[in-house]
Design a protein around this ligand. Structure first.
Ligand SMILES: C[S@@+](CC[C@H](N)C(=O)[O-])C[C@H]1O[C@@H](n2cnc3c(N)ncnc32)[C@H](O)[C@@H]1O
Length: 283
């Protein structure tokens, strides 16, 4: 059958065993849990990719995916389609207010401030941190650098370009948008080169934090990523991130993303509107 003829056919139904197989693969490689309620989403995303390849058998495609290591092209593409990449500039204002207070204080040391955005998606989060740091540290002797990481290579490619539609940029105060974005054709905007240069994007799977060289971070910002993981895994990852903080460093997580987690070297910071932890200076 010709590919385009087949692509007109309805998607085959994924049976429970096949669904379980995909669930296990995704969770073991990314940490993400695909609940029963999201079966249709998984089936549609996998099915669309199979159509592009002219395949009609889920098992056949699954075997093809597992045959290659996670770094392979097919897996990269699939992960991008199966992850939720929703994001926006200054997504949780209370967290950014906390970060601003922290940066002011941290700048008193005059040292370079190292910031890490974990699960940065298409870049709105690290660029928000960059704008905030630029504005906050303007009259200080402190310099800052941002590392932004995500599992999705296509999301990182978009982030590096820093091109966004007007509807996203228009959520920013006009003055900030004018300072940090250049208008392009077709109602799009690009982050100015000066700010883009402050952010280093890199592919990192949070299940493999042991492989990353990031240590001595002053600020680790990790929001809307852990919610897709099991509770024990969230805590595991937070333990690993805590190790990467510099003494006095701040870890900012999404509100409600983890409950009953604590770390001997960290103490709660901020109020009930945020979820953040500060590493003791003596740690
Ligand atoms: C919903 S977005 C959150 C973006 C941003 N942090 C925010 O709060 O707006 C979740 C991001 O986590 C990434 N992600 C999912 N699993 C991951 C993993 N195992 N390692 C690293 N990033 C992952 C996805 O690719 C996606 O870009």
């Amino acid at each position: 059958m010709m590919t385009n003829e087949w692509s007109m056919q309805p998607l085959p139904e994924m049976d429970q065993d096949q669904f379980a197989q995909w669930q296990t693969l995704l969770e073991s490689r990314t940490g993400m849990r695909v609940s029963e309620q999201r079966k249709t989403f998984l089936q549609t995303s996998v099915g669309m990719r199979m159509r592009e390849l002219g395949l009609s058998d889920y098992q056949n495609y699954y075997d093809r995916v597992v045959e290659h290591p996670p770094g392979g092209m097919e897996w990269t593409l699939l992960v991008d389609r199966l992850t939720v990449q929703e994001t926006s500039f200054f997504r949780h204002q209370a967290s950014y207010d906390l970060v601003q207070r922290y940066l002011r204080q941290r700048a008193l040391s005059g040292k370079t401030i190292e910031i890490w955005s974990v699960g940065c998606s298409t870049g709105e989060e690290p660029y928000s941190l960059a704008m905030l740091a630029q504005e906050t540290l303007l009259d200080t002797d402190s310099y800052f650098g941002i590392t932004a990481t995500d599992i999705s290579a296509p999301a990182l490619a978009k982030a590096r370009q820093g091109i966004y539609p007007a509807r996203k940029v228009e959520t920013l105060p006009a003055e900030q948008a004018a300072q940090f974005f250049t208008p392009l054709e077709k109602g799009r905007y690009q982050v100015v080169a000066d700010l883009r240069d402050r952010v280093c994007f890199s592919q990192v799977n949070v299940l493999e934090l042991g492989k990353t060289p990031m240590y001595g971070m002053d600020l680790i910002y990790c929001q809307n990523l852990l919610i897709y993981f099991r509770r024990w895994r969230r805590k595991e990852i937070l333990n690993r991130l805590a190790e990467r903080l510099a003494p006095g460093g701040l870890l900012v997580v999404g509100l409600g993303e983890v409950v009953d987690w604590s770390h001997p070297e960290l103490e709660r910071e901020g109020d009930a509107a945020t979820l953040a932890f500060r590493k003791r200076v003596s740690a």
